[in-house]
Design a protein around this ligand. Structure first.
Ligand SMILES: Nc1ncnc2c1ncn2[C@@H]1O[C@H](COP(=O)(O)OP(=O)(O)O)[C@@H](O)[C@H]1O
Ligand SMILES: [Mg+2]
Length: 278
């Protein structure tokens, strides 16, 4: 049996605020060809919180994550139906909702807003500096000094600056796995996203690097909306505010992480969080 401590009761001021939905998912269905991977999902992802997607392998967590930034566009036969939108806010012009499924949507712009970090750290075979500068060089007009500043800012935010500041022009692939993953987070935040999607970001890392990434996630949520897919129950309970439990392509239950882990409403959720299957 897995015992889980819900350490995130210290939610900070921001997280005491009522939820404001950033991503609205309603009756969402997704297929790979004829195979339906997601069935009628409805879920709200709140701003400035960490939402964990949990559930056994193959239940559709990555599929949903990839639809949120339209990564499935490149998979032949992948299609979806239902509502998947980014909610606009009155104070952030234009304040309109963005339909993520709109075929005419500017996907490059969407991905600037919604960054993704994968299971296996995937730095480019370039220098540490060039990895972080890659997106800004593509999307922004910056002077050399501004770019230097942005690279430093991103590396500091990703809690890896102290470890790399003396070797910025050295190869990114020379870093340890944990450092590479923090570099990938720095690369993702350098273009100023609102959302960070993380698909099992620690599963290839050692325990110390895992804790460093979890601390970072906890830290970053005051400025970003974070969705993390994890197999690790302790990780979900340590670093998320909200948890959504998936099983065989369906959302079984979602809510405050503490409640999901201590008083789940569904038996399947209870069995899963207690480690009875998975
Ligand atoms: N590119 C693909 N083509 C066909 N089926 C896929 C593809 N990717 C995932 N699937 C299937 O969709 C289901 C959900 O997969 P996935 O979203 O990767 O699950 P999870 O991330 O929860 O492990 C699984 O049955 C998987 O085999
Ligand atoms: Mg997956």
């Amino acid at each position: 049996m897995v015992t889980v401590s819900t350490a995130n009761t210290d939610n900070g001021e921001q997280n005491a605020q009522p939820d404001r939905t950033l991503i609205q998912i309603d009756d969402f269905n997704a297929w790979y060809g004829d195979f339906q991977a997601l069935h009628g999902l409805s879920l709200q992802i709140p701003r400035y919180k960490v939402t964990a997607f949990i559930g056994p392998s193959g239940c559709g967590k990555s599929t949903l994550l990839k639809w949120i930034n339209r990564m499935n566009d490149i998979i032949p036969g992948a299609h979806a139906k239902g509502e998947l939108k980014i909610c606009g806010e009155a104070e952030t012009p234009p304040g309109r909702d963005t339909n993520i499924l709109d075929p005419a949507l500017d996907v490059v712009r969407l991905r600037r807003k919604i960054g993704i970090v994968f299971q296996k750290p995937n730095p480019f075979p370039k220098s540490i500096y060039d990895n972080v500068a890659f997106g800004p060089r593509l999307h922004m007009k910056t002077t050399k000094a501004e770019l230097d500043e942005l690279v430093e800012w991103s590396l500091r935010k990703a809690a890896v600056w102290e470890e790399v500041k003396d070797r910025l022009h050295g190869p990114a692939l020379g870093l340890s796995g944990g450092q590479q993953q923090r570099l990938c987070i720095a690369r993702a935040i350098a273009v100023g996203p609102e959302v960070l999607l993380m698909d099992e970001p620690c599963s290839a890392l050692d325990p110390a690097s895992t804790l460093a990434i979890e601390d970072l996630i906890f830290e970053l949520r005051s400025q970003y909306t974070i969705v993390i897919v994890t197999h690790n129950m302790q990780q979900a309970s340590r670093c998320s505010d909200k948890t959504a439990f998936f099983f065989e392509g369906r959302l079984i239950e979602s809510g405050d992480t503490e409640r999901i882990f201590t008083k789940p409403e569904q038996k399947q959720t209870d069995d899963y969080v207690r480690g009875k299957f998975g």
